[in-house]
Design a protein around this ligand. Structure first.
Ligand SMILES: Nc1nc2c(ncn2[C@@H]2O[C@H](COP(=O)(O)OP(=O)(O)OP(=O)(O)O)[C@@H](O)[C@H]2O)c(=O)[nH]1
Ligand SMILES: [Mg+2]
Length: 356
């Protein structure tokens, strides 16, 4: 009898365990990636085809035929009363209204996540207008919730030849910058330099692959066990209220593979940065085969840090990927940067007084 009493678990212990369990569940990061418009849906299809662990993939478009071809966990046609499923024809004001028409369905699908990627090609009607409107709706929704949220825009800028789309994109980017925590920008013109000899479709594929790898990489590093874990707090530390960001992804093989990969990630940056020494934060993520060493991972972070101001926050993660035996892949995200592209067009936008 005495013995049984000693084994009895005190009520306070049970309550504390339940409390920990409850909080742990609340703290589990939940990630959603939403592609908006043609380019955004193409990126989501890329990720869906390769699979992603721990994130929800949502495609949103005004263009029903394109949406039907897209691959995602959930597809949402927006603004059907306004656009009749035919797209926005390059008018962002239509994209904005289309999102507002269907806002409840879209917000409901996304608001359970605490990290949301909004992926779009700026310059088009849906990708520009609906993304800005959605970011605004989500921001408003999150203000009423206790847990912190991160809204990360991931957008492409038009090719120089798409002159009519340039000012729309600039205006969209400036608005997104004010709403999202960070906007990762990929300048399609940098593709011309990096993948210039490729046919147009394939060059676009390079951008889609980069964005896809970024979203898949971050999602899996946060939601699954890694060699060096990146967690939600790390991501917030460098992305919360950080303005614009540039990303680069590089790969290396054999001896010096990590150095090679870092070099390529930095040289292959998909946004012209005005002055890298003003950057606020750096996320560096290394993937390698089973033979990846801690020294190599550390070395990668050291190489990138050298070119940044000493005060820049650095977070890093590493993952073993069995398919990368003998090689390494590095993703570098530099936050809080100024875009030379935005600067070039700033004065023009001021003069133009866009209706949108
Ligand atoms: N990287 C990349 N950029 C793309 C792709 N498709 C289009 N773009 C770029 O994104 C911009 C917007 O194009 P879309 O996404 O097709 O436009 P949308 O958002 O569907 O807009 P509407 O069709 O006007 O409703 C274009 O001007 C291109 O610069 C793509 O597959 N990859
Ligand atoms: Mg379209």
């Amino acid at each position: 009898m005495q013995k049984e009493k000693a084994l009895e678990t005190p009520q306070s212990f049970i309550e504390e365990e339940e409390r920990i369990e409850q909080f742990a569940r609340l703290c589990e990061p939940s990630i959603a990636a939403a592609g908006i418009g043609g380019a955004g849906c193409n990126v989501i299809s890329w990720v869906k085809e390769r699979g992603v662990t721990g994130g929800k993939l949502v495609s949103i478009n005004t263009d029903a035929p394109h949406l039907r071809m897209s691959k995602a966990d959930r597809r949402i046609l927006i603004g059907e009363k306004l656009t009749k499923g035919l797209g926005c024809g390059g008018y962002p004001e239509l994209g904005e209204k289309a999102l507002c028409e269907s806002a409840d369905r879209v917000v409901e699908e996304l608001c359970a996540a605490n990290i949301i990627f909004l992926i779009a090609g700026l310059g088009g009607g849906t990708g520009t207008g609906a993304t800005v409107a959605l970011a605004e709706k989500l921001r408003k929704q999150f203000l009423s919730l206790p847990a912190p949220h991160l809204i990360v825009g991931v957008v492409t800028l038009p090719f120089d030849v798409e002159t009519a789309r340039m000012d729309i994109a600039k205006n969209g980017l400036n608005r997104l910058k004010g709403i999202c925590d960070t906007v990762v920008v990929i300048d399609n013109n940098r593709l011309v330099k990096i993948a210039g000899n490729l046919p147009f479709r394939e060059a676009l594929g390079v951008a889609n692959t980069t964005i896809g790898k970024f979203v898949k990489g971050i999602t899996e590093t946060i939601t699954t066990a890694s060699l060096i874990n990146l967690d939600y707090a790390d991501l917030r530390a460098i992305m919360e209220g950080s303005g614009l960001a540039s990303i680069g992804i590089g790969e290396g093989k054999g001896e010096g593979r990590v150095e090679q990969a870092v070099e390529r990630a930095l040289n292959g940056r998909l946004l012209d940065i005005e002055d890298v020494t003003k950057a606020r934060g750096l996320l560096i993520h290394v993937s390698g085969g089973e033979d990846l060493t801690l020294y190599e991972v550390n070395h990668a972070a050291e190489i990138v840090k050298r070119s940044l101001p000493p005060k820049a926050k650095v977070v890093w993660g590493a993952r073993v990927d069995e398919e990368l035996q003998g090689s390494a892949s590095v993703m570098a995200v530099i936050t809080g940067v100024e875009s030379a592209f935005l600067r070039r067009h700033e004065k023009r936008i001021g003069r133009l007084k866009l209706p949108w």
